[in-house]
Design a protein around this ligand. Structure first.
Ligand code: RFL
Length: 393
């Protein structure tokens, strides 16, 4: 293959890069370890910034989303039995969209493969990159159907294979990885039950943080702070709902509607950032380059911001001979990545303060939170980060 890009990973980042390249008539192939059914069903994120949706719309990738997604302009904190509603829509004129990640992935696969004629090879194994620091990068993999090794030559490699992927390891040892571990876990739950509130709810409680986020009219994601090494098997249906009811209780709030839990897994709250996100002809995007714990619900948003920048830069280079956007890719993305890392740290301090066992931390956490409701300046700053409005990039 020449004049072409090999993309590793068919998550939101890889599929978006692929769609941008195909729209410009550039040859590309996506290598994906999972099956089509696997990637189209994996439940994960569900909150998209308005600016991300506008980015998808500009690239012809938001038709179904705009028909079915739900707009949110408010979030609610519950603390000491009180409900504090934060109207970020009124402050900024912007909103979030609620649209489940599996639906977005399904839309992106259909557009890429069925409409734009892009190729995806599913079930690949043992992906290896060579020559990414030369003008002749090569990607080899084992084909699931034949069991044979295949070799692809290309102009550029896009590493979009998520936090557990392999492309990050092809960076030279001088590339740095900055890590942060919050020292807490979240039990991530998906419940087959309608949302119990009209917006996201963040419960700050001495027993631990709890979160409620709509995913659709029939599905709700819940989180419960737990120990990072907790065993999900120790969280019975009865225990989960008792903790959620207690931690999210507030005056005037109806009890949560309870239902079957179809996902229950412990996520350690930790982040990393790879610097730089590019080396030679290899460009990382999304979780492959930076992991952002779901504290601030930013991972999928960042993956899409990266993908817009990388897709457009590759088109600029391959269709127009312009190197400048590719040269600036890593620095440009990292400005937003660090902004979101900082926001995630800020929120973690607030969410985990009351349960930290440290009365000083608990006091400052509540002070930070209450400032959003007493200071218009603090409120505006929070709303901008929550919506991704001011981040660089
Ligand atoms: P993905 O989605 O992980 O896709 C990577 C793809 O690469 C494949 N792959 C490989 N393919 C070939 N060879 C290999 N060696 C490979 N290794 C892996 C994988 O099979 C996969 O298909 O990465 P991408 O595209 O960067 O997208 C990132 C987002 O998926 C992620 O940041 C979000 O899901 C994070 N996240 C949230 N983000 C938000 O913006 N808002 C949210 O509300 C939100 N909630 C969440 C979340 C993540 C969660 N979990 C499970 C970590 C809630 C949860 C519970």
């Amino acid at each position: 293959m020449t004049g072409s890009v090999v993309i590793i990973g068919a998550g939101p980042a890889g599929l978006t890069v692929g769609n941008i390249l195909r729209a410009a008539g550039i040859d590309c192939v996506i290598l994906e370890a999972g099956s089509r059914a696997f990637i189209e069903q994996r439940p994960r994120a569900g909150v998209l910034e308005e600016c991300v949706v506008r980015g998808l719309e500009r690239r012809g990738l938001a038709a179904d989303l705009l028909r079915h997604a739900v707009r949110q302009t408010t979030c609610e904190f519950r603390v000491e039995g009180e409900r504090l509603r934060f109207d970020f829509g009124e402050l900024t004129g912007q909103h979030h969209w609620v649209y489940p990640q599996p639906r977005l992935v399904t839309d992106l696969v259909a557009e890429y493969a069925d409409v734009r004629g892009g190729e995806i090879v599913f079930g690949v194994a043992d992906v290896e990159l060579t020559g990414t620091d030369t003008a002749d990068p090569q990607v080899s993999y084992t084909d699931a159907e034949t069991g044979r090794r295949r070799l692809l030559r290309c102009d550029f490699v896009a590493g979009c294979d998520g936090a557990q992927g392999v492309t990050r390891h092809a960076l030279p040892s001088r590339a740095g990885i900055a890590r942060h571990d919050y020292g807490v876990g979240w039990l991530a739950l998906l419940a087959e039950v309608p949302p119990s509130n009209d917006c996201a709810v963040f419960g700050l409680h001495p027993s631990g943080f709890a979160g409620h986020m709509a995913r659709s009219a029939t599905m709700t994601r819940y989180y419960l702070e737990c120990l990072p090494d907790d065993d999900p098997a120790d969280w019975s249906h009865r225990r989960v709902w008792a903790e959620l009811q207690q931690r999210l209780a507030a005056q005037g709030a109806a009890p949560l509607a309870e239902g079957r839990l179809i996902e229950k897994r412990v996520l350690p709250m930790r982040n990393f950032v790879v610097r730089p996100m590019a080396y030679g002809r290899l460009f990382l995007a999304g979780d492959a380059a930076h992991l952002t714990a779901p504290i601030a619900a930013k991972g999928m948003n960042l993956a899409l911001h990266d993908a817009f920048a990388l897709g457009d830069a590759l088109v600029g280079r391959l269709a127009g001979g312009d190197e400048s956007a590719l040269a600036d890719y890593s620095a440009r993305c990292l400005r937003r990545v660090w902004d979101y890392q900082e926001f995630s740290g800020w929120l973690s301090e607030v969410f985990h303060g009351p349960s930290s066992g440290d009365s000083h931390h608990a006091g400052t956490a509540l002070s930070r939170l209450r400032r959003l409701f007493s200071s218009p300046t603090a409120a505006a700053a929070f709303a901008e980060q929550y919506l991704g409005i001011t981040a660089g990039g």
